[in-house]
Design a protein around this ligand. Structure first.
Ligand code: 13P
Ligand code: SF4
Length: 328
């Protein structure tokens, strides 16, 4: 029986989720790539760093995490005493899938003089094998604190790693993973769109390939892109990241025009994250009602993974507040 079929007909999902979150002392955290209705019911909407910080600091008993599994795992690693539920346990990530822990361990062992600076989009096991975790909003700040003489492995996103190498003149060894969503943007179609809207700037996530980033007027995390959207002087912005973030832009600036960058087929449907899309209002409702599916992590593994995450929170402390952290 699926979660949806266990819901009595006529249930007012919004009202029930609201009632349950109060009675269970639950906080609903949502990533910017979630469906608009989930963003709108969440207590907080944020990027990966902000959601990690909230998970570490909240005094709620339950965290209902509307994002993907590595994000909910991060919440559990940082707040083990809390119940953490993820509406759909199959909400994975192509970057996490690209980096199996045994292969990552072998890669590390082949480069004993390198430290591992690792993107948060990876499994708990890979976090446990890493020295410092970064998110797209903290990577630049953290990398600049590491001396240039230090050899570094960066995984699993080769596009984010390549962007950092180019920007800071580093030569980090890159794991060959990609985000299937950002990989799908088409340079040819982007240039056609640019011709249609000649004055419109392009804001791109650093998970985009180099040929997309090369055309961007702003490159940054989801919260950074949102900040840029709130401050650019024109009336049209081309957004090269998962298009659900446009919901926050349209709410904040209804008079402006936000256009999702196109994929190879000329529309941006292929840029909707299929993993994020697995979470629905129905599944969120049954998750806060049944407190399932629940994230569980073996304690020894959790403690190892926590070290690299704590290092990130410590080294990124200056980054807090730069984004758009706030109630939905
Ligand atoms: P940020 O929200 O940290 O920019 O991450 C983007 C992303 O792809 C999350 O999966
Ligand atoms: Fe992973 Fe890309 Fe989806 Fe983010 S958008 S969860 S990086 S597949």
């Amino acid at each position: 029986m699926t979660a949806e079929t266990k819901i009595p007909t006529g249930t007012d999902l919004r009202a029930e989720i609201d009632r349950l979150r109060k009675s269970r002392n639950a906080v609903i955290l949502a990533h910017y790539y979630q469906k608009p209705e989930i963003q709108d019911i969440a207590d907080y909407v944020g990027d990966s760093l902000q959601l990690s910080q909230l998970a570490a600091d909240t005094d709620a008993d339950v965290i209902a995490f509307c994002g993907v599994k590595f994000m909910a795992d991060t919440a559990k690693i940082l707040s083990p005493q809390k119940i953490v539920v993820l509406p759909d346990m199959d909400a994975g990530c192509s970057l996490e899938d690209s980096c199996p822990p045994d292969k990552f361990r072998a890669f590390r062992e082949a480069h004993p003089d390198h430290i591992a600076l690792t993107y948060i989009n990876c499994s708990t096991e890979v976090k446990a094998l890493s020295d410092v975790i970064v998110t797209s909003s903290s990577a630049e700040t953290i990398l600049q604190q590491i001396p240039k003489s230090q050899k570094i492995i960066f995984g699993p996103d080769r596009h984010l790693g390549g962007y950092l190498n180019r920007k800071f003149d580093r030569d980090m060894l890159l794991w060959p993973g990609v985000c299937i969503v950002h990989e799908a943007f088409s340079e040819t179609e982007l240039l056609k769109l640019k011709e249609q809207y000649p004055g419109a700037p392009i804001a791109a996530h650093p998970e985009c390939p180099a040929q997309i980033v090369a055309h961007a007027d702003y490159v940054g995390s989801t919260s950074g892109i949102l900040q840029f959207a709130k401050s650019f002087p024109g009336d049209t912005l081309i957004v090269a990241t998962e298009p659900h973030i446009i919901h926050q832009m349209e709410k904040a600036l209804p008079e402006k025009n936000f256009i999702g960058a196109p994929g190879a087929d000329g529309n941006c449907n292929c840029n909707i994250c299929p993993y994020m899309a697995l979470n629905t209002m129905e599944k969120l409702y049954t998750a806060v009602r049944d407190l399932e599916p629940r994230i569980e992590i073996e304690e020894g593994l959790r403690l190892k993974a926590k070290q690299s995450l704590d290092k990130m929170l410590e080294m990124a402390s200056g980054t807090v507040g730069k984004g758009d952290l706030g109630r939905a």
